[in-house]
Design a protein. Sequence first.
Length: 393
Amino acid sequence: MDLVFLGEWGNLLLRWAHMVVGIGWIGTSFYFIALDLALTRSKEPGIYGTAWQVHGGGFYHVTKYTVAPPTLPAHLHWFRWEAYLTWVTGFGLMIVQYYLHAESYLIDPAVMPLTQVQAIAISVASLLAGWFVYDGLCRSPIGQRTLLLSVLTFALIMAAAVLYTNVFSGRGAFLHVGALVGTIMAVNVFAVIIPAQKKMIAQMIAGEEPDPRYGAVGKQRSVHNNYLTLPVLLFMVSPHYPFLFGHPHAWMVVALILVTGGLTRHVLNSADAGENWDYYGWAVPVGLMALITAIYVTAPSRPELAAGPPVTQTQALTISARHCTSCHARRPTHEGFVEAPKGIALETIADLRRHAGQIVAQAVQGRAMPLGNQTGMTEEERQALGRFLLGGR
């Protein structure tokens, strides 16, 4: 079989696995935060709260201990592999999609002329650095001040967004913001939450009273993960939407997504906790305003095309043949494709007319195409193609 075809299947299966384990991880995160907020406080010593729940035709009575039960149960159900495998499969996708094809997806010479090795090194180093800065903030005295920690974590992600948008392609930059947030979330589980739980279990086995500090630390990181979930989901699907990463100030779009997702999560958590609307109602209009602003600033507008001579059909086809049809052809010549992406071929005038809107969005306005601008499409060529497709001939 063709190696490109098998590679596509490998990419698909890895992406499928990433979705499956990611759904499992996010589902448990949402469930346990909602459970924690819905508990009925107990007056019984050592019991934090209880909850009656019904699902799938059965009734469940859940009890949460203030710190830990008096004796260690014979069987404990851990929730960790979903998080680990989400990161592993996600990083696997990063390798096969962005590292192995860095020239197409990660590097844009117009942003910064990097080699493949340089781009990968920046990627890995930034993910590690982002985690250590975040973890340092949490472990410092700042970690006890929730509002200040939230602001500084937001500032950290924004600083990363500015870095990425000035180093990588638009697509690669947005994806890396999601990768950084996802790395923080996964390492929270691996390096903080699970170790804290293991320390409490070790203390119980040794006949000691479990230190509640470990539970508090684990709870803090778990809440952080919960609030970051909605933004990270959008960042991870952003490569499919050039109007997000193609914005000239993409870092601003990142900020609006963080605010919208975080406040949406806050509203849902507050509602689950039975809080008074007066306590959290402000988050609804603020979140909506952030979302509306994001839609407004990313809304397409008719490109301001530079004046120029009329563009003939032959000239338009020449531009397409030079920069588009290696991929977007009925029989692509690009080594990474066995068929035209999304079934879009751009070999005839009829093809160009049929897909004019997408061409303008991707190649004239968004500059997301050609991939990594490997063919060196000039601004003059983009303008000419825009004039032809928009009827300004």
